[in-house]
Design a protein around this ligand. Sequence first.
Ligand code: X8Z
Ligand code: ZN
Length: 611
Amino acid sequence: MIKRLLLSCACIALITGCATTATVTPPPERPVSETAPTAADAKAYVEAAEAKLGDLSEYAARVAWVRNTYITHDTMWLESKATAAFTEESVRLATGAARFNDVNTDPETRRKLNLLKLSLVVPAADRAGAAAEIADISTRLDSTYATGRFTHKGKTYTLDEASQILATSRDPALLRAMFEGWRTVSVPMKADYARLVGLTNEGAQGLGFADTGALWRSGYDMSPDAFASETDRLWAQVNPFYKNLHCYVRRQLNAHYGDAVQPKHGPIRADLLGNMWAQDWANIYDIVAPKSLPKSAYSLDRLLTQKKYTPEKMMRTGEAFYTSLGLAPLPESFWQRSMITRPRDREVVCHASAWDLDNRDDVRVKMCTQVNAEDFYTIHHELGHNYYQRAYKDQPFLFKNGANDGFHEAIGDFIGLSSVTPVYLNQIGLLDKVPDASEDIPYLLKMALGKIAFLPFSVVVDRWRWEVYSGQITPNRYNERWWQLVNDYQGLTPPGVRPRDAFDPGAKYHVPANVPYTRYFLAHIYQFQFHKAACDQMGWQGPLHRCSIYGRRDVGQKFNAMMEMGASQPWPDALEAFTGTRETDAAAIAAYFAPLNDWLTQENKGQNCGW
Ligand code: X8Z
Ligand code: ZN
């Protein structure tokens, strides 16, 4: 997951730059005469800027790839230099774009001038040294996270090892140790992070935004305030369902662990939910599985191991889903250059990401894949980024991006929804027999532990950052406010009192890496809109959770047409092209989970829900 100049998809090529490699013509300098700029000047400015950024981006992406797949003092140095040079250039171009503010340009040029500003996810002020300091801090934060280790009872743990224990152990003391241990890694990040907030705010203000949070909220073809209200509206739509799930899960955890570990009332202990950030609860399915229903007939985790899947085979299986929709196979270079397992002998950024190194064909995935259901899904997620990148590669440079960042995150998740259906797993020989309707509730519950549990987490991360950037939260309240938000939205509590020096937000990748997170909240709404639209297009009559689009070239063609638009139009146009609607709406996710929500409502009768 890496920053990119253009709205910074978690997973698109970082466009940092090295000024010394630039060979293209620079954009026209400020005219010497005071004559007002014309629409033609604006168009020429944008074209020159695109040529320059396009050229710089390949160098930058390759430097970033090397640092991400081989963290050393020297690769950090290189990346930091490249990022600084690129940020300086981008700030110069974005600032220069302001002189066309009052020019009546053609719509395409106007959109590009705007995108030029919005592309700076971590903006620097237009003064000597600002970009360099930001780049230095960013690379250091990201590398501190990636190389983080802690010890417990004499043994050293990486994030993958601690996560594995959180997923499988049912020993509350050990779970707590892993949860707290990982959070020691972010303690030293706090001062850097606080400094970075001030520096990027200065940059955002230089570009005309109130602060960095307002800049991030401006990438959705509406005002930043309207966007914040939009996320409130969507959260309100799904919140009752989350409360239902929370209530049911808390009761099962209480039954399993007893009152001393998980009380009947109040928030849930965050380390009991099977994931380091309690953002995905699917790993505790065994604890919450409905006792009143037949035991689930299969576990994808077990099937993958039984059928001897390897990370490469999982990746090939993911590709085959996309090609079944009529999309082209991945280029040979993908297989040669991707990093799909953790290398034995060097430090890397393990957090999964998908890259576009040359804005054309050199797409790759970087992942420390493990053979389990979670990574099977993540592979489909990452490949979605790569297929989007390939679809819009013929767009002009500033439009080579998602319709918005939520779209970029939703593509692969939409495919992922079909890729875990029993009917598809049966078609590819992973599952011998498709279970009957008695497995619908267990299946939906498993899905909800992933998808519904995630929603409030994805709200918390950026609520916290928006408040940090606006100055509402100062460093002395960083951690306290984080847990307040976790309590309010997720209804969770840490397993014990947090130390005074803790900086727990830094223990989540996207905070040190400065990747905006609301994209994932949106993606969790969009992917169900895509899924429902696709199933409707197929004439699917059954329940949505049983629908799989595998092999449907008709759906693939229409979907690719939307992806080919890239960022060339406001996102409602893209949404409309595939789904027929211009609104983000939680009705599709609600329809998908409706049978489960009804079942949970019954199960929770008489319970004192909430916290
Ligand atoms: O960061 C990711 C992807 C890369 S864009 C692996 N995700 C979020 C996370 O891990 O926190 C996917 C789901 C949410
Ligand atoms: Zn992603």
